[in-house]
Design a protein around this ligand. Structure first.
Ligand code: DGJ
Length: 385
């Protein structure tokens, strides 16, 4: 072998080696996912950990679209907006960019630096418009405003146009609040201290509903639900996070009709997620402990207007009392399968929010009630088919 041949062979060998090395590095990242790995990093199709926290999913024309909060490294504020990802198999997600963008106009409620949480998107077939609701807090005002934000788009991935933000159901009484409760003259001024027995009783009897009657009810953690008949509902943590409200939306999904109920008065529920199976409605919520996890709760109703009956924590096994270190955000019906629902939850990392993890677990049933257990790794085929 002459000198030129051996140099040539050396270069071929080197390039083959490098190719193999690069391929294996790449394939670690880009190899398609074939299973869910709850609580692990979840790279999108470009290798970046999915950034769609507190999210929800809409299925449209054969594709799932996941909308969620874009989070940065140091703060929970919205510096970018609501992100969107698409998938056909639920394991592999492609970034579709920012669906709703924050703006640089200080006068806008969605100015960069506001707080946008728990966005959910539904489609209205009558108007052919995609409607997004989310929890909005104004820049620099902490969590005091407790408003719902509303945006719309002609296209599923956006861009979504911000319409307005408000507190829902101003001037309307909840259907399940009695005349006595509506007319009571007990006010928040009557209580120097919170959390006393008398104060709790007053809360249960609608103390905060009366306080907020004119200006609209507080609306923080939220979800949307479209029933089989096309009616849509907004479910939100209201009354200082003490009571959930379930409110009907107008036919165009762009306003509240004023018909709403209170659920679990004084029960301190947030992070509502809902699904319907065999004519029954199931709602999974959490308690209120900030970014710290707590035990999930289960509410069941035969009629969306209640009564909603409280059941024990649907999670079982190790760390069930902390919902596997996560908090509910959405329950996803898997398309093409009957009785296949995925519990979607967030493991928050408040010190580095962008590193927050996703806990997706199958909802199984035991004695007619949802049951959620931990899987280190699972597939739809393995659990549901
Ligand atoms: C828990 C809520 O579920 C989150 O969406 C967020 O609002 C945090 N509390 C803030 O502490």
């Amino acid at each position: 072998m002459n000198h030129n041949t051996s140099v040539f062979l050396f270069l071929v060998g080197l390039s083959l080696g490098l190719t193999t090395y690069c391929y294996s590095q790449k394939s670690d990242v880009f190899l398609p996912h074939t299973a869910f790995h709850p609580g692990q990093l979840w790279p999108d199709s470009e290798g970046n950990h999915i950034n769609a926290h507190g999210g929800g999913i809409i299925f449209h024309n054969g594709t799932y679209y996941w909308f969620g909060e874009h989070k940065g490294e140091n703060s929970n504020a919205a510096w970018v907006g609501v992100t969107c990802y698409s998938s056909s198999d639920l394991y592999n997600w492609k970034s579709e960019g920012v669906g709703l963008q924050v703006v640089d106009n200080e006068l806008s409620p969605i100015v960069r630096g506001c707080i946008i949480e728990r966005p959910k998107v539904i489609y209205n077939p009558k108007t052919e418009i995609f409607v997004m609701y989310f929890h909005l807090e104004r820049k620099g005002e902490g969590y005091s405003r407790a408003e719902v934000g509303l945006a719309q788009s002609n296209s599923v991935t956006g861009p979504y146009q911000f319409i307005r933000s408000f507190r829902p159901n101003a001037g309307f009484w909840p259907h399940n609040m009695s005349i006595g409760q509506r007319q009571s003259d007990i006010t928040t001024q009557d209580f120097e201290k919170w959390w006393t027995t008398e104060w709790r009783q007053a809360v249960n009897d609608g103390l905060f509903v009366r306080r907020d009657f004119e200006g609209g009810q507080m609306s923080r953690d939220m979800t949307l639900f479209v029933d089989d008949d096309g009616k849509a509902y907004h479910i939100y943590a209201s009354e200082e996070n003490l009571t959930l409200h379930l409110a009907e939306l107008t036919d165009d999904y762009l306003s509240h009709t004023g018909k709403y109920i209170r659920i679990e008065p004084g029960g301190h529920n947030e992070a509502p997620a809902i699904f319907k199976k065999d004519g029954r409605y199931f709602m999974i919520t959490s308690g209120c402990t900030g970014w710290e996890p707590n035990a999930a709760r289960l509410l069941v109703a035969h009629n969306i207007w209640g009564p909603w009956v409280l059941h024990p924590n649907p999670c079982v096994g190790d760390n069930a009392h902390l919902t596997f270190f996560s908090q509910s955000t959405f329950i996803l019906p898997v398309q093409g399968l009957s009785n296949a629902y995925i519990f979607m939850a967030d493991q928050w990392r408040p010190k580095n929010p962008i590193d927050g993890r996703y806990v997706w677990l199958p909802i199984e049933f035991h004695n007619g009630l949802p049951l959620i257990k931990w899987y280190e790794k699972w597939t739809i085929k393995q659990v549901f088919e």
